[in-house]
Design a protein around this ligand. Structure first.
Ligand SMILES: C[S@@+](CC[C@H](N)C(=O)[O-])C[C@H]1O[C@@H](n2cnc3c(N)ncnc32)[C@H](O)[C@@H]1O
Length: 205
């Protein structure tokens, strides 16, 4: 692992994912989680402070990145619920089926190599009647912005840990057998190719 991905990228991701608008989205989405939560791409644990300890009993974080998990461990503190990590990939979650009351995925579908496979795994581990809570940046609605997203994608992926700018989040959800029951979408502050965000919840179709 190079200097960049070992030291610089984890810190850069942590900072980029902590800005005010992103934190507001976490505050709106994450407290809806309940019971046993599987958080896919838990990264540096930026969602941990937003879980409601009166509703959540355990968070199982799925993420292959040891450097980011080290940061999550510093952030875990005593939150009033159990926190575990599985260092596997989202495409093959090493958990039985029907174990989670809630699955949470925030700002990770952009980086997961096979997002539809990962979303299908999220559906498999979710109990019948459970919910997926998501907040993801992706394909913008404006053709001019989309052109920039596609132009930037190859180089952006190399500097931003495999992040894709133009993933069509609602279509990925649908292709993996999810039915969104609420989706809000808008640009956040910042460069438009990086800041079109979809957030909401979905149930198994
Ligand atoms: C931009 S970070 C977001 C982290 C966190 N979800 C957040 O909201 O701050 C993207 C995360 O996706 C994780 N990731 C990338 N590929 C993955 C995969 N195949 N399975 C699980 N996590 C993955 C990365 O390690 C990283 O933690």
């Amino acid at each position: 692992m190079g200097l960049y991905s070992h030291y610089i990228l984890p810190r850069a991701l942590d900072i980029a994912c902590s800005n005010g608008a992103v934190t507001e989205i976490r505050q709106a989405i994450v407290p809806e989680a309940e019971g046993t939560v599987v958080e896919v791409g838990i990264g540096s644990g930026l969602n941990l402070p937003h879980y409601d300890p009166t509703k959540v009993t355990k968070v199982i974080g799925i993420d292959p990145d040891d450097q980011l998990w080290r940061r999550a461990e510093r952030r875990r503190g005593d939150r009033g619920f159990a926190i575990e990590r599985l260092g596997s990939s989202a495409e093959t979650i090493a958990l039985d089926s029907d174990v989670a009351d809630t699955v949470v995925v925030t700002f990770s579908l952009c980086s997961i190599a096979m997002p539809v496979e990962a979303l299908a795994e999220m559906r498999r581990v979710l109990k019948p009647g459970g919910r997926l809570l998501f907040a993801e940046h992706g394909l913008a609605p404006d053709e001019r912005v989309v052109r920039w997203q596609r132009r930037l994608d190859p180089v952006w992926g190399r500097i931003a840990g495999g992040c894709h700018l133009s993933r069509p989040i609602p279509r990925l959800l649908q292709d993996a057998g999810w039915r969104p029951d609420r989706v809000d979408q808008s640009y956040l502050k910042g460069p438009k190719p990086m800041s079109y965000v979809y957030r909401g919840s979905a149930v198994a179709a």
